[in-house]
Structure formats: structure tokens, C-alpha cells
Design a protein around this ligand. Structure first.
Ligand code: DSN
Length: 430
């Protein structure tokens, strides 16, 4: 960072301050991770200079030989990683990936079903404050209050009643395996397509520690920066490409034969222009890393760590949605201890522990306050922490949440958290 230090000391100081935060605090946000130096170098490379609208071999700009190779590598590695026939690595984010799929599988105001945001879904699964809720007729399904798991009676009932063209499974705060097979049965019964939004568990799926979406989902979307530990971005995959069942027409090129072609044109030129080639190269790097045995072991450890935090929190009498986890995240309902999600997030942050407030199913509080927090283990696992360390983290959390007004205690815990983090160094060369 020698240049930025000279030319823009304000941003230099901000990056340094964020580096200090990442090194000295416990990062428990379930959707975050620490990318490798190689991923960071690629993201910060001169590939950012290149315009490459189009796809490899079919660009609207000259000089794309090198970036074509990067995108080909990213797509090939991603297909290998997920055993998929088609991959698009251009979506700038998970939201763009979802928009790209909706564009193909739905028409304006078509009916589609997704998990309610307050029950673990995602903003792009029909929230009224999001494009999805305005452009499509979303019907939400929920989880059962007693089990915290998807209410399949409701899914069946609503699917039969509303006949959605597309059903979305997966979300951002669902601690259990996504039930691809059960959703497929519902989708088949009404002739709907099934989309898996696997942004959260995609790394676990790649490593084989979460069930595969194939052969159940017609299409999956994901981000690349959560359990997959790549750069910030999105992706779309088809297990098997299939013929365009809607007779959809692409402007200029007429009827398109395969769904893969529709998806490509939906992303570019449909909703994006120039792809972020530096990020696509970094995705390729991350996919190579994810193909290793080390990544498989890392993913197993993520889950063991999440289970270890869950077990300790249960011992400490916390209520966990669904009673535990199968994945990298747990959702804690704090209603019984009289601390809101917002307060918990703030107090934990004061103690050097980063989590996010989160709605719990049937929450009586607003999304800005909430009754819960979401805790995830991808980032702490990258630092090398194991089960015994998770037990310690659960105890830190408990000491803060049981005494949220005791500022002296919070300062003491912050000091302990700092020391604890120092024994798991991260980004020492930066
Ligand atoms: N905001 C992401 C998360 O935290 O899960 C989802 O987009």
C-alpha cells in the first residue's frame, strides 16, 4: 500500500483501521470470511482496467485475450467444483445473479414462492422493499414455530393454490440443510422450476459437507465470498443445461435454444455491462483453492465449529432456532433473556465480537431492532480456530449478553478477546 499511503492518506488510514479491526476482533458474521492473499492480489490487480463486455471469444472490445483466459478458467474450475454443465461468473453480486435468473424463468408479475425474509429467506426472495417484491408476485412460505424448519404442509398448500412458476429454496439465516429433494417433489407436482439460492452454504456444498442441489434444482445462484471464501461477487450454475421451454426470444438473435444462452444474455446485456475482470480472476483463484483437500477439511471444520458454539449456547440455556445447526450458522432467539438483537449486536461489538442482529421466525420486533442474532463460523475457522475455541467464544458472548449494562465487564472481555485473537494471527504480511 506504499502508493496509496502517499496519495490518499485518508483512505490509507481507513484501510489500516479496518485491517486492525479484522485482526483484533472475532468475526462471527455468517456471510463474511477472510479471502486468501492470492484472492486479494487478483482483486487488486490491473485487470480492473479492462472492458470486456460479452463473453470469452465474443466480446464487444478488442484486447481481451488475457481476460478471456481468466474467465474461461473461472468457469471451468467452477463447473468442476460443482459438477455443473454451465457456469456464469459475471454477476457482480448474489442479487444480480438472482435477478438474472428471474429474468429468464419469469415474466413480469409471474407468481414465485420463496422463504419469508423474517423466517430466514433473503431480500431478493420477494421483500416488498426489493425489486423482487415489486416486479414479481411473490408468495412467502415460512418455518414451523416448534421446529424452526420449513413448513412443508404450507409449501404444498400454497404451491397447489397459487401455482408458482418458480420455487426458491435456500436463504440467509436458515441453519439447517436446504431440503432440495422435498422442494423438488413440490415443484414437480405443479410443473414449476426449482431454484436453489445457495449463497450461504455454497462452500459447504462444494466440499461435500452439505447435500448437493443436483439433480433437484434446475438452477442455482450463489455469492462467492461467504463459505466459498472468494472475492465479493455472484455466480449462476446449471447442473444440466436444458432447452428453452418458454420459447423466449432474445432481441436481435431471435429464438434461443438453450437456457444457458438465455442466462448469459440475461446477465449481459440484460442487467449488467462490463464484467469485473479483476474479480472474475479472483473468483478463478478461489475456485482453485476450493478444489483442494485442504478446503474440504476447512469446510468440515466450519460445521464442527458451528455445532460446538451451538452446543455451548444450549448448555448456557440459549434458545436456538431449530435447536441447533447443520451448517456454518446458528440463529439465537434472545426474547427470553430480554435483550434485543440490536442491543446484543452493539454490546458484543463493544466487546470486540462482531455479529449481526437478525429477525427470528415470528419476531415481534422490527427488522431494525429484532429479537435475535445470527452467528457464523467461516471467518474464525479460516483463522484456524477449533471446537475448544468455539466454547470459549460462546462463553465470551454469554458474559456480555447476561450483563449487557456492565461496561467494566465488557471492557475486560474486549481485552481478553484481543489477546485471544492475537493467538490466531491473520494478514500478518499486510
Ligand atoms: N447480506 C447477506 C447476508 O448477510 O447473509 C445476504 O445477502
Amino acid at each position: 500500500m506504499k502508493n496509496i499511503k502517499q496519495t490518499d492518506v485518508e483512505i490509507y488510514d481507513i484501510i489500516k483501521s479496518e485491517l486492525k479491526r479484522q485482526r483484533n476482533t472475532l468475526e462471527l458474521i455468517a456471510s463474511e470470511n477472510f479471502a486468501s492473499y492470492s484472492v486479494i492480489e487478483s482483486t487488486g490487480s490491473i485487470l480492473t482496467n479492462k472492458y470486456a463486455e460479452g463473453y470469452p471469444g465474443k466480446r464487444y472490445y478488442g484486447g481481451c485475450e488475457s481476460v478471456d483466459m481468466a474467465e474461461d478458467l473461472a468457469r471451468d474450475r467452477l463447473k468442476e467444483l460443482f459438477n455443473a454443465e454451465y457456469a456464469n461468473v459475471q454477476p457482480h453480486s448474489g442479487s444480480q445473479a438472482n435477478m438474472g435468473v428471474f429474468n429468464v424463468f419469469l415474466n413480469h408479475m409471474d407468481t414465485v414462492m420463496g422463504l419469508d425474509l423474517a423466517h430466514g429467506g433473503h431480500l431478493t426472495h420477494g421483500s416488498k422493499v426489493n425489486f423482487s417484491g415489486n416486479m414479481y408476485n411473490f408468495i412467502s412460505y415460512s418455518v414451523l414455530e416448534e421446529t424452526g424448519r420449513v413448513n412443508f404442509d404450507e409449501v404444498w398448500e400454497k404451491a397447489k393454490k397459487y401455482k408458482p412458476k418458480l420455487i426458491i429454496c435456500g436463504g440467509s439465516a436458515y441453519p439447517r440443510f436446504v431440503e432440495f429433494e422435498k422442494f423438488k417433489e413440490v415443484a414437480d407436482s405443479i410443473g414449476a422450476h426449482l431454484m436453489g439460492d445457495v449463497a450461504h452454504p455454497s462452500g459447504l456444498i462444494a466440499a461435500g459437507v452439505h447435500p448437493s442441489p443436483w439433480p433437484y434444482c434446475d438452477v442455482i445462484t450463489s455469492t462467492t465470498h461467504k463459505t466459498l471464501r472468494g472475492p465479493r461477487g455472484g455466480m449462476i450454475l446449471l447442473g444440466k443445461d436444458f432447452e428453452n421451454p418458454w420459447n423466449k426470444i432474445a432481441p436481435k438473435s431471435g429464438r434461443i435454444k438453450m437456457v444457458s444462452e438465455l442466462l448469459d444474455s440475461s446477465i449481459m446485456p440484460g442487467i449488467q455491462g462490463g464484467p469485473l475482470m479483476h474479480v472474475i480472476a479472483a473468483k478463478a483463484v478461489a475456485f482453485k483453492e476450493a478444489l483442494t483437500d485442504e478446503f474440504k477439511e476447512y469446510s468440515k471444520q466450519i460445521v464442527r465449529n458451528a455445532k460446538a458454539i451451538a452446543d455451548e449456547m444450549l448448555k448456557l440455556d440459549y434458545k436456538l432456532i431449530s435447536g441447533g445447526t447443520d451448517t456454518h450458522l446458528i440463529l439465537v432467539d434472545l426474547s427470553d433473556i430480554g435483550v434485543s438483537g440490536k442491543m446484543a449486536e452493539n454490546k458484543l461489538e463493544d466487546a470486540g465480537i462482531t455479529v449481526n442482529k437478525n429477525m427470528v421466525p415470528f419476531d415481534k420486533k422490527s427488522p431494525m431492532i429484532t429479537s435475535g442474532i445470527r452467528i457464523g463460523t467461516p471467518a474464525v475457522t479460516t483463522r484456524g480456530m477449533k471446537e475448544k475455541d468455539m466454547t470459549k467464544i460462546a462463553k465470551f458472548i454469554d458474559q456480555v449478553l447476561k450483563n449487557p449494562s456492565d461496561e467494566q465487564n465488557i471492557r475486560k472481555i474486549k481485552h481478553e478477546v484481543n489477546e485471544f485473537c492475537a493467538s490466531f494471527p491473520i494478514y500478518e504480511d499486510l
